[in-house]
Design a protein around this ligand. Structure first.
Ligand code: EPU
Length: 420
């Protein structure tokens, strides 16, 4: 078991090149099942979830290997359409293999995915959309058995909510289906556009991604390609929050500037100066942040991202005044607040809302990561705290951040990993 030990009080200053996006790389790895030939993915972050995806690919008969941040995937010999329950339970994104396997083999057997405990995470929208495309889906004692009645065909699908995963599953199934699929109320997250960019590089016919209506015309064959994964906007937001919490100065390179816009405009309310270039973000923070002047409401993209709620909350714990958050995406995404309160924060959770009153000091404590972004929030608060914080259960953090302690150390922070 490993822990992160953080000695707070250092100002984070310097330049950092951002890692590739986890939430882009995972569906793109699944999508490589659809391409006949070799896919070379550059900018693939080295994360436990990425290795879980590669184990699933290898299990289906693909050959997936890594060289640094490049994944090389050859799916020519893929022939297994059933993913064992244990592999499915390792991460939420395993559900994306449902659409990819259906697109490739016309059938699959999966089970409910694992991933962060953020409240109930049903897959009803995935299932009803795929049924519309001619897939028969049965729950067999927890195993979800999917089989096409004849050929999988295009359909007109209106999602009740712009679910990221459901949009991805429909796209993956539709690129090789017969005819045209239209997704109304599709998710508009940048990672969806990255997935579509990869599929287009493989020869797929997709338009409208980044907007609410995506049109996919099925192709009988897709080919391999070389593709660069976009950088991770939530990792970017996390390092910005660490810098803001400690009154530092940061240059982020390899940044997806457009994808960070909604986060940046909220962070600016705290008095930070932020300038953007083509692929870089410059951030200069005051010694004391102002409280957020507007209520932060998490919304589907282009709204404020739910994945940045906990880390922003951690950044403003010592701000001047009161800030209010409203979590609208997940039912249970304030689990990090107990640990922050233990460190001296003043937070009151009232249903969907969390009210944060700025305190003058935070103190080091022994805490456990509750989920990926909640764990990252504890790391943000620890850097702004007096004394030493020990963060346990860091396997959550390792699912999304490539050697977080090395990035922090490069910026002058004191964070180290120990085995216990
Ligand atoms: N939902 C349903 N039914 C469904 C699908 C979703 O009710 O069939 C609900 C969920 O329960 C949730 C909401 O819709 O309340 C949003 O879920 P969505 O499907 O959009 O999220 P996801 O695909 O499960 C991805 C990211 C999450 C990120 C969300 C929202 C990946 C691997 N995960 O999850 O990332 O929070 O979109 O942007 O892409 C993270 O990286 O820490 C993380 C949790």
């Amino acid at each position: 078991m490993q822990k992160l030990i953080v000695d707070g009080g250092q100002c984070l200053c310097g330049e950092l090149s951002l890692q590739g996006s986890k939430n882009s790389a995972l569906p793109i790895m699944a999508a490589s099942l659809l391409a006949e030939g070799e896919c070379v993915l550059t900018g693939c972050p080295k994360l436990t979830d990425i290795y879980s995806a590669s184990r699933i690919l290898n299990h289906t008969g693909c050959r997936c290997r890594f060289s640094g941040n490049t994944a090389v995937i050859n799916s020519e010999s893929a022939d297994k359409s059933s993913i064992p329950e244990k592999m499915m339970s390792e991460m939420r994104s395993s559900i994306i293999f449902m659409g990819a396997l259906l697109g490739r083999m016309g059938e699959c057997t999966v089970s409910c995915p694992g991933g962060c405990e953020l409240g109930p995470r049903p897959i009803d929208m995935h299932i009803s959309a795929l049924k519309k495309m001619g897939v028969e889906i049965n729950d067999n004692y927890g195993r979800i058995v999917c089989r096409a009645k004849g050929k999988i065909h295009g359909a007109r699908i209106s999602l009740p909510f712009p679910s990221v995963g459901a949009t991805e599953n429909v796209i993956l199934c539709a690129v090789k289906a017969e005819g045209e699929t239209i997704i109304n109320n599709a998710a508009r997250e940048p990672e969806i556009s990255d997935l579509c960019g990869f599929l287009r590089a493989c020869g797929a016919d997709i338009s409208g991604d980044g907007e609410s209506r995506i049109i996919i015309r099925g192709k009988t064959r897709l080919h391999g390609c070389e593709y660069g994964i976009m950088s991770d906007r939530i990792a970017g937001a996390t390092y910005m929050c660490m810098t803001a919490a400690t009154g530092g100065e940061l240059i982020l390179t390899n940044a997806c500037v457009n994808a960070e816009e909604s986060f940046i405009s909220v962070l600016e309310q705290t008095g930070c100066s932020i300038y953007t270039g083509k692929d870089r973000i410059y951030l200069k923070c005051p010694r004391k942040l102002k409280a957020l002047s507007e209520r932060v409401r998490t919304m589907p993209h282009p709204g404020f991202p739910t994945d940045a709620q906990a880390i922003l909350m951690a950044a403003i714990l010592k701000s001047d005044g009161t800030s209010v958050f409203e979590e609208n995406i997940f039912d249970c995404r304030y689990r990090h607040t107990d640990a922050l309160i233990k460190m001296g924060a003043d937070i009151q959770v009232l249903g969907k809302a969390a009210v944060v009153k700025g305190v003058s000091r935070l103190y080091g404590a022994s805490v456990d990561a509750t989920d990926l972004r909640g764990g990252a929030a504890m790391a943000v608060a620890a850097l702004a705290a007096e004394g030493t914080t020990e963060i346990g259960s860091i396997s959550h953090i390792d699912r999304g951040y490539e050697r977080i302690e090395e990035a922090v150390t490069r910026l002058g922070g004191k964070m180290r990993r120990v085995s216990v």
